[in-house]
Design a protein around this ligand. Sequence first.
Ligand code: 5GP
Ligand code: MN
Length: 316
Amino acid sequence: MISIEAELSGVKTVGITGHIRPDGDCTGSTLGLYNYIKDNMPEIDVDIYLEPVEDCYKFLRYSDCIKSYSAKNREYDVFVVLDCGDIERTAGFVRDLIRNAKKTICIDHHETVKNFATINHVIPKTGSASEVLYELLDENKVSKAVAECLYVGIINDTGVFKYQSTTSRTMEIAGKFMNLGIDFTKIIDDTFYRRTYMQTMLVGHALSSSVLTMEGKLIYSFATKALLDSLGLVGRDAGVVIDQLRFVKNVEVALFMYELPDGQIKGSLRSVDRIDVNCIANQLGGGGHMRAAGFTSTLSAEEIVAKVEELMGEQL
Ligand code: 5GP
Ligand code: MN
């Protein structure tokens, strides 16, 4: 088992990043590690690179230090990539920095990873990259600021301790964070449930235009770029929709798609119980986990639905 103390001992420069369109776990795990290094290894020169994060994460300490651009010709001693098992899913501006680094460490929990790093510490059964990271830290050196970051990651990737990947250990870690005095109620409301009025309008549209197929086992919905534009939303604001679709009775798989500015379609898949949506996402060029996966595709929405129906049919 690796530890952050051992891997970073004697190291002078560290870069940190996660995946594109950073979500709660990506933002929480990368900022969690950044804060841990700042707290405990002040001799290390550390930088964090991510695409701009959502406003709801900006209360996390050092979120204002996130760089959304590259540092030319920089050669880091160590580059840590969190919540991302594929270098192609990191932001374009950071890839050369990862490739230039003397050593790379991938800390992740996705099923499908490319093992691109020098050290690939990937625990697919763990609910969040933030929990995987916590196990590599010295728990006595975890500050309230670090706990807030990792709590954001854990609640976002476990659906607030609800998904199958939640274990008694997850709850134990959350309990330790509570003891550090984090405002868990506010963090859950602000980073998981809070949505804007326009996002609520989008949920309304997406639900009322949703389609049930496969004898009620598949529910899908599609938001065009025109709809997102008319509501003043960008793609990632659409993340709130998929969980609502999943709750429809007898549904096995929920699929939500939205159009990206370049015309490609971003899809999110959720499985209620027995269908492995990671397999389906893989066939569409994406990945994720058995019950939650995603992809970006050049196919049309109709073609994607047909493909998902076919792949679901093979599993039923
Ligand atoms: P979401 O549907 O919320 O975007 O993602 C669900 C899960 O699938 C997350 O764990 C996310 O990291 C993963 N995921 C989403 N899109 C992709 C993708 O294009 N490629 C891979 N490998 N994983 C993805
Ligand atoms: Mn994650």
